[in-house]
Design a binder for this molecule. Structure first.
Ligand SMILES: Nc1ncnc2c1ncn2[C@@H]1O[C@H](COP(=O)(O)OP(=O)(O)OP(=O)(O)O)[C@@H](O)[C@H]1O
Length: 267
């Protein structure tokens, strides 16, 4: 039997007074592309932050690449793109420098030889090679997000964990990102990705896990795009109504992974 790349069992996470994750099991096998879906506040970010060791479960166990979370995890084989944060915070740095910081891990406190070329190659994968020497503060929010994706890719990870990687990124950049992912997945990359809509990644996702109130309510086939609402170019500008087809009906839920009242879904 294949060893899972990500193996979370019976995970509970409490943040302050909130019991956010309530007994989550999540297994991701090599080569899978698993989308994590769910309404706002259902616990998606909390789960991925727990998987990459940012948060500690109050109960349950998490293994990554066969190692229980802790010092033994080969972090250099793991890429993580957090939910949208500015790549420009703190000390002023160029896009290439931010990307190169992805080459630092564990005890590696000095950049390896050739880091500039590697950073430039990673930036090229997200269509930003020409901005390598620009200060990140001069980049738009969407471009900064692409810098963070490049920072995760520069390690040439075996597993990539992404929290809404294309939120706020324009359609051409989403397409470029999907093309890069297609190539990496073709060469064996394993992916766990939080998404609000499958969008450009729909064709790549092999399985969907839907969270609701901190519990897994679906683990199986990804929802099919329905009525065109997940299609390229669709404008997500209006709220759900009970008559509208939602992703949720595809996965047999009474409430949607995107949540009633979300503005994500429409015909
Ligand atoms: N530091 C914190 N302290 C207390 N509660 C928190 C903290 N961080 C998150 N939460 C709560 O945990 C719940 C889950 O949050 P989380 O960010 O994991 O949801 P999400 O599914 O990723 O949502 P979104 O789609 O909006 O990004 C929310 O109710 C949130 O308010």
């Amino acid at each position: 039997m294949t060893s899972p790349v990500i193996d979370a069992r019976g995970v509970h996470v409490r943040l302050g007074a909130s019991h956010v994750l309530r007994g989550v099991d999540l297994r991701v096998d090599p080569g899978e592309v698993v989308a994590l879906l769910g309404a706002n506040g259902s616990g998606k970010s909390t789960l991925v932050r727990t998987v990459v060791g940012v948060l500690t479960p109050s109960q349950g166990e998490v293994s990554l690449l066969g190692h229980p979370l802790g010092n033994g995890v080969p972090w250099h084989r793991v890429g993580y793109v957090p939910q949208r944060v500015s790549a420009a915070a703190g000390v002023p740095s160029t896009a290439a420098e931010v990307v190169a910081s992805g080459l630092l891990h564990g005890r590696r406190l000095a950049l390896p030889r050739g880091w500039r070329d590697r950073a430039r190659e990673a930036l090229d994968q997200v269509g930003l090679a020409d901005r390598a020497d620009d200060a990140t503060s001069q980049l738009s929010g969407g471009q900064q997000q692409r810098v963070l994706i490049a920072r995760a890719l520069v390690r040439e990870p075996e597993v990539l964990v992404l929290d809404e990687p294309v939120a706020g990124v324009d359609r051409p950049s989403q397409e470029a990102f999907a093309a890069t992912m297609t190539r990496l997945i073709g060469s064996g990359l394993t992916v766990l990705v939080v998404l609000h809509e499958l969008g450009e990644l729909a064709g790549l996702v092999t399985r969907a896990v839907v969270l609701r109130h901190g519990k897994v309510v679906h683990d199986g086939a990804p929802p099919r795009p329905h009525g065109g609402h997940d299609a390229t170019g669709h404008e997500h500008v209006h709220p759900h109504t009970s008559e509208l087809p939602v992703l949720t009906t595809e996965v047999g839920l009474t409430d949607g992974p995107l949540g009633t009242g979300s503005t994500e879904v429409g015909p």
